[in-house]
Design a protein around this ligand. Structure first.
Ligand SMILES: Nc1ncnc2c1ncn2[C@@H]1O[C@H](COP(=O)(O)OP(=O)(O)O)[C@@H](O)[C@H]1O
Ligand SMILES: [Mg+2]
Length: 272
């Protein structure tokens, strides 16, 4: 299935970030950082927890920062972890049908492609699991009028099968994508470009994650690359746990997650 984008963008640059300097409270996140996000490329935004990936995306969405120029032809569909695009009192199908001129048949097809069961699409969002909420939110974005997707950690909460079906939909998406994830396979399967936030700068790499790692390997010793991989894996697990922690109501599960989180944080500190 093709998700045709409405406007064809002539410029090769979707978003142009030049000399971005940004502080949050006392913490400096970016110092003269620059990069471009190319039109119709699928760019993975990576970096350790807390480097400012979500903050950068928020700045793009707000579109008030003078250092960030968004091509006027770009219309963004935005997935954030707080499900701001969903009405929790309404059903999946009601939510997804809300901002689209696509037919109900087409919308149901997208939901089916995301492995939504027929009987679940009439459930209210408030009664869904974390993973189903992610899928409902992404389905709503996929069928809305846009030509760029910005997805902040869409893989959290999703099981392997759902991640694979999301991969397929994103590969078929006929527009620009900027996405954050700690899932290396997901990056490798989708990304044409990688942006890495490190030391308050944004490092651009044309190519997928594997080619990025190869490039890094040439530059540094193998041992350092190994540490980087371990860190990414730990960061991935940490961010999954914190996502689950933010929604779980089960006290016992909460305690279990907190213990696992603390254990991983200690490991993470050892790899620094
Ligand atoms: N409103 C805020 N005030 C001060 N610091 C913040 C605020 N929001 C986030 N931060 C801090 O800014 C840093 C970057 O956060 P974030 O952009 O969420 O990182 P990432 O998405 O890469 O994990 C983190 O260290 C976080 O604690
Ligand atoms: Mg984040």
């Amino acid at each position: 299935m093709q998700y045709q984008t409405e406007t064809s963008i002539k410029s090769k640059i979707a978003i142009d970030i030049q000399n971005l300097t940004l502080q949050l409270g006392k913490k400096s996140l970016f110092e003269n950082a620059s990069c471009v996000i190319k039109t119709n490329h699928k760019t993975a935004l990576i970096g350790e927890n807390g480097v400012g990936k979500t903050t950068l995306i928020n700045e793009i969405i707000k579109n008030t920062n003078k250092s960030i120029k968004i091509n006027p032809g770009i219309r963004i569909g935005y997935f954030s972890q707080d499900f701001t695009n969903l009405n929790f009192q309404k059903s999946v199908i009601e939510n997804v049908m809300q901002n689209t001129n696509k037919s109900e048949k087409m919308v149901k097809n997208v939901l089916a492609n995301l492995l939504f069961k027929d009987k679940d699409i009439h459930k209210k969002i408030e009664n869904l699991s974390g993973g189903e909420r992610v899928k409902a939110s992404i389905a709503k974005i996929l069928v809305s009028e846009n030509n760029m997707l910005i997805l902040d950690e869409p893989t959290n909460f999703l099981d392997i099968e759902s991640i694979e079906s999301l991969e397929k939909l994103l590969k078929e998406y006929n527009g620009t994508i900027l996405f954050v994830t700690h899932d290396k396979t997901f990056i490798d399967n989708i990304a044409t470009d990688v942006l890495l936030i490190k030391n308050h700068k944004i490092i651009e790499h044309e190519g997928n994650y594997t080619s990025y790692l190869q490039y890094q390997e040439e530059k540094s010793k193998k041992k350092e690359t190994y540490t980087e991989n371990n860190k990414l894996l730990l960061d991935f697990k940490l961010s999954q746990i914190s996502s689950e922690l933010s929604v779980t109501k089960d006290e016992e599960r909460k305690k279990e997650l907190e213990e696992e989180f603390n254990r991983l944080i200690q490991l993470r500190n050892l790899t620094n």
